[in-house]
Design a binder for this molecule. Structure first.
Ligand code: MTE
Length: 332
């Protein structure tokens, strides 16, 4: 696995900071690395020159993605980012097992190329959109979001991608479209977790159309300046920072526009525990535990205090309006 080689102390420069000499050196190193037969450096999977940085050659790392820092309100938290090693080794991706370490261990079998996302339902422009086209669709931004898992832990991740609204606008949803459903990859050959019945596969999530169109909702292709690792949902995932992490579906293959609220995988598995909205809310407990505080991954000292969880994960100024007048206990 690539992540084993990750050097935590190394500042990896943005594509724009790389000099031609460094590029040449990087390419030489890549050839040496490939020559040594390092597995998993699947550059062939990532061939869209328009967005991939020239320095995709850094040994032991995934290809870099060209990007700019986001200027969107609320898109960059000043909190310290979670270590790359933690963000890529403590994951939920049940298609590869239910243990937090399973995705890093087993997701290398995920085949991310070729990859296409099928657009269906109530839109004027349905069809199949290849990952290469999606990568080029809009300017790739870095946004540093707080992420809160329903299980009570949180991370801060520098995501790369653009607002899902950029794609939705181009698809021209019909007036009757009120919800968007996200269906993710379910392949028994490559995903060992599918033998478990913990979820009625495929993993399905959904958003109200206005939530999906909110600028903070991201279609993400990368993190930490590079393409997404497989365990984090390569080659394309959703990131919805004001909702519990399970709303952010990984490895999306289908996006469907509908007039009915989708039944999500977690609503099917445990309807009393996981609602459709799943907005982060310290005032609405999970039936089996409080949601008032959280453990930040990486701050795990014996005496480290838990952090207070914030309404809408701290994004109330940006998204509160979406829920004006709604009973958040009823629509949990
Ligand atoms: N997407 C798919 N396809 N399968 C999953 O099991 N788990 C969800 C979400 N997306 C999941 C998924 C859950 S429970 C969480 S908390 C986040 O992914 C975790 O994302 P991370 O591993 O990148 O932190």
């Amino acid at each position: 696995m690539l992540i084993r080689n990750h050097d935590h102390g190394f500042h990896h420069p943005l594509a724009s900071e790389i000099t031609p000499a460094e590029l040449a050196q990087g390419r030489r190193k890549l050839l040496q690395t490939l020559g040594k037969g390092v597995a998993g450096l699947s550059l062939a999977n990532w061939t869209s020159g328009a967005v991939l940085a020239q320095n995709q050659a850094r040994p032991g790392r995934l290809p870099a993605l060209n990007h700019v820092k986001s200027t969107l309100s609320g898109a960059i938290t000043m909190e310290k980012s979670t270590e790359f090693k933690d963000a890529t080794s403590y994951n939920n991706f049940y298609e590869f097992g239910t243990d937090k370490s399973d995705p890093a261990r087993y997701a290398h079998t995920l085949k991310t190329s070729p990859w296409a996302v099928n657009i269906e339902g109530l839109v004027k422009k349905p069809g199949q959109y290849g990952i290469e086209d999606l990568l080029k669709l809009a300017a790739m931004e870095e946004r540093i979001y707080r992420m809160r898992c329903v299980e009570g832990w949180s991370m801060v991740i520098p995501w790369l991608g653009y607002s899902l609204a950029e794609l939705i606008r181009r698809l021209e949803p019909l007036g009757s479209a009120k919800y968007v459903e996200f269906v993710t990859q379910a392949d028994r050959e490559t995903m060992p977790g599918l033998s478990s019945s913990v979820i009625d596969w495929p993993y399905v999530e959904g958003l109200r159309l206005d939530e999906a169109m909110h600028p903070l909702t991201m279609l993400s292709f990368g993190m930490y300046g590079e393409v997404l690792t497989k365990q984090c949902g390569a080659p394309v995932r959703l990131v919805v920072p004001w909702k519990y992490g399970f709303k952010s579906s990984k490895s999306i293959v289908r996006i469907r526009f509908t007039d009915r609220q989708p039944t999500t995988s977690w609503m099917k598995s445990a309807p009393q525990e996981y609602g459709f909205y799943s907005n982060v809310n310290p005032g609405v407990d999970h039936p089996r535990w409080s949601q008032a505080s959280e453990r930040r991954i990486g701050e795990d000292g014996l005496f480290t205090k838990k952090r207070k969880t914030l309404l809408f994960n701290g994004y109330e100024a940006q998204v509160g309006q979406l829920y004006a007048g709604m009973d958040l206990k009823k629509y949990f």
